[in-house]
Design a protein around this ligand. Structure first.
Ligand SMILES: [Mn+2]
Length: 331
């Protein structure tokens, strides 16, 4: 899919209003990618009204980012009036709970720009689908879209892309050669890398510290051959807790949490586990686990998640079973 194809689609639809939708508790990558995409489309269609929508909210660190980079996000986007809808940094609408029905009812063509593992059916629901699982961040894909059409990035757009990439690569620790090529390009536009990284390395607040410590206290450790699996549950900050368990020494972790009847599971593993076992947490664990629980799961090879209903103990058992099955039948 090329940028020109997108522009042609917008013209063909005689689009006056377009929505760039971000996933549930939108993160820096989602919001920043949407912001830079908004800027790119504006270069071609200056009269087009383009809203960045986050109907399921933005996460806490991203809220501060929105102020700093002056990015406006609409928390109650008008789905019905959109001529074309973009899914940015996600490739399924299922995780958008309350607005799924509105999206399904809309006849607006859907464009997907994402770097998560393909969800079943992603290609069927969209007009154009740009999913690059190799990209470390959706912001990297947007950077290359600018390159493709030779459009110069503005400084604020470059800052946004740099921040989104820094966020998704854990401050570049998970970056590959493409990540550094792009970071170099953004620095050339005028991004002050150190200043931006400092700005967003906020100390975490006490509720997150407590969640991480509680996850450690409640951890169930299972050894499987050379691998250490850590399972735990918290009432918030599942992703942060799952990451902490891997930082502490687990090869793979799953942390479940239940809020207002909704169950969330975050999975993380280290690179050694990912490469030696060939297990893709998004495709091999989260997707089947989501299905098993009547919810939805997906994500990346080393970081994934599930949204569903159910009980934390039961979901962790099912998750462990899936991991054990995969480990006993190496790919
Ligand atoms: Mn992302």
């Amino acid at each position: 899919m090329s940028v020109n194809q997108i522009i042609d689609l917008l013209k063909k639809q005689q689009a006056t209003f377009v929505l760039l939708l971000c996933h549930k508790s939108a993160d820096a990558d989602a919001v920043c990618a949407a912001y830079a995409l908004q800027g790119l489309l504006k270069r071609f269609l200056p009269d087009l009204v383009i809203d960045i929508g986050a109907p399921q909210g933005v996460n806490k660190p991203t809220k501060q980012l929105l102020d700093t980079l002056s990015i406006s996000v609409n928390l109650k986007p008008n789905i019905e009036s959109a001529s074309v809808i973009f899914l940015v940094d996600m490739n399924t609408v299922e995780q958008l709970d309350e607005v799924v029905d509105q999206l399904k009812a809309s006849s607006a063509p859907l464009v997907i720009i994402d770097h998560h593992a393909y969800s079943p059916g992603a290609e069927q629901i969209c007009e154009f689908c740009l999913i690059n699982e190799q990209a470390a961040a959706t912001c990297e894909i947007i950077y290359d879209m600018y390159q493709q059409v030779g459009v110069q990035l503005g400084l604020n757009e470059a800052k946004a892309l740099f921040t989104g990439i820094a966020f998704d690569t854990r401050h570049f620790a998970l970056g590959d050669s493409d990540t550094f090529r792009i970071a170099g390009g953004l620095v050339a536009v005028g991004v002050d890398a150190r200043a931006l990284l400092n700005l967003f390395s906020n100390p975490i607040d006490n509720s997150e510290r407590l969640a991480k410590l509680k996850a450690c206290k409640r951890v169930k450790i299972v050894k499987n051959g050379e691998w250490i699996i850590a399972l735990s549950h918290v009432s918030a900050y599942e992703a942060s807790a799952a990451k902490s368990l891997v930082d502490l020494g687990a090869h793979v972790s799953a942390v479940a949490g239940k809020k207002a009847g909704k169950l969330e599971v975050s999975l993380r593993c280290n690179r050694d586990f990912s490469e030696k076992t060939g297990i893709h947490l998004g495709k091999d664990i989260s997707m089947p686990l989501g299905e098993l629980l009547g919810g939805v799961g997906g994500g990346h090879a080393m970081a994934a998640g599930v949204n569903a209903k159910g009980d934390v103990v039961d979901v962790l058992d099912k998750c462990l079973k899936l991991l054990e099955e995969k480990l006993s039948s190496p790919v």
